[in-house]
Design a protein around this ligand. Structure first.
Ligand SMILES: NC(=O)C1=CN([C@@H]2O[C@H](COP(=O)(O)OP(=O)(O)OC[C@H]3O[C@@H](n4cnc5c(N)ncnc54)[C@H](OP(=O)(O)O)[C@@H]3O)[C@@H](O)[C@H]2O)C=CC1
Ligand SMILES: CC(=O)N[C@@H](CCC(=O)OP(=O)(O)O)C(=O)O
Length: 349
């Protein structure tokens, strides 16, 4: 087990890339040796992100696989859909380990990827080789691997909230409904009408209803846990805030289980996993309680009248939903303590 790693970041001028740089500054075993941009190579990174001025001093590199392989041991891909489908096998062939935070390697079925993402899928070899890094659930599979597919932001909050109950058989998976909300940074730094101030401010809207690319990712993981095909209703909403995801989930309870029993069962499931915090006082978590951190907070309410369970799960989409979980996966991959470089508190208020 080596305690020293050189990392490159492709997509360093985006939100996920910038957050990787911010967080990796606090990682004791990682040095960032290359930051890559296809639009701004040759310029200092701090020109794109003045908040990193004097914190990360580095010039953006061109996207050249051999150049990156000469400078780094591992590469994070914080790039739009379609990029890692094309690049990841080339990076592996050049001797690099890869952690992909895009959606390109999450779905095992190439056909499903092409249906939902409307882009050509990654080669079969990459889809087979990629390990789905939902750290608290599938983390054991990440150790020693060289191609990690980081989960999506919505799937992270959703799956951490649902999996223990599905695995225990305490809820009927066919009744699950997921109501999800995200801050605008989830859409990335690129400009678009959907992120325009006047469109988002004092507004609240549903989008991609029944068409969201995270639906098959959530169903793939739930089906694996349940041992049978699960389909879900999943609706995303845009909230006028910068960071944060809340997923509120509803399902019919099987048998008789109290709120206290759900809390105890979830506590046992996540025992020793520091980044999942289960609420005990009947209160639901709020996005601000995890802001800027790698925590996922989960609360429950049992409705005896309807026999349904409500689960509420919150994360910071850029940290636990992207860069933070990617570093957690790096730690697991390398055999380092899972929390290395990630034990910082949320920003409050
Ligand atoms: N924002 C979030 O909360 C989350 C995002 N994700 C996923 O992570 C990935 C990155 O997201 P985010 O950082 O928000 O996106 P951004 O749009 O903010 O950044 C994407 C970066 O990718 C680079 N890029 C664009 N085209 C290419 C290309 N053809 N080859 C190489 N690099 C390219 C761009 O930099 P340049 O043009 O300089 O090369 C850009 O800075 C996406 O796949 C996203 O879906 C996942 C979870 C959460
Ligand atoms: C607010 C917002 O627009 N969020 C984005 C999250 C995209 C994302 O993270 O995409 P992948 O995980 O598929 O890479 C969306 O809903 O599409």
């Amino acid at each position: 087990m080596s305690n020293s790693l050189r990392a490159a970041i492709i997509g360093a001028t985006g939100y996920g890339g910038a957050e990787l740089i911010r967080l990796l500054q606090a990682h004791p075993y990682v040095t960032i040796t290359s930051v890559v941009s296809t639009s701004n190579a040759g310029a200092p990174l701090a020109e794109s992100f003045p908040h990193l001025n004097q914190i990360f001093v580095g010039i953006l590199d061109e996207l050249d696989v051999d150049l990156i392989a000469g400078k780094a041991d591992l590469v994070f891909l914080a790039t739009p859909a379609g990029v890692s489908a094309e690049l990841s096998m080339k990076l592996l062939a050049a001797g690099l380990k890869v952690i992909d935070i895009s959606g390109d390697l999450r779905l095992k079925s190439a056909e499903a990827y092409e249906n939902w993402y409307k882009k050509p899928a990654a080669p079969a070899e990459a889809l087979e080789r990629a390990v789905y890094g939902l750290s608290e659930v599938f983390g054991d599979e990440v150790k020693g691997m060289d191609l990690i597919s980081n989960p999506g932001c919505y799937p992270t909050a959703t799956l951490l909230g649902l999996i223990p109950a599905v695995q225990a058989g305490w809820i009927d998976p066919s009744t699950i409904i997921i109501d999800a909300k995200s801050g605008v940074s989830g859409a990335g730094r690129g400009l678009g009408l959907g992120a325009h101030y006047a469109e988002v401010n004092e507004n609240f809207s549903a989008y991609k209803v029944n068409k969201h690319q995270h639906i098959p990712e959530i169903e793939q993981a739930l089906s694996r846990i349940a041992g049978k095909d699960i389909v879900t209703t999943f609706t995303t909403h845009l909230v006028p805030m910068t960071r944060g995801i809340m997923t509120t989930m509803y399902a019919t309870i099987i048998g008789e289980h109290t709120e206290a029993e759900f809390i105890e069962m979830y506590r046992q499931y996540y025992e020793g996993r520091k980044f999942v915090r289960i609420r005990s006082n009947g209160k639901m978590p709020a996005t601000k309680e995890v802001l800027g951190s790698n925590y996922c907070d989960i609360g429950f309410a049992v409705d005896e009248r309807t026999g349904r369970l409500t689960i509420c799960s919150v994360i910071d989409n850029v940290v636990k939903g992207a860069a933070g979980q990617a570093i957690q996966n790096l730690n697991l991959m390398m055999g380092w303590e899972e929390t290395t470089g990630l034990l910082f508190s949320p920003v409050y208020p």
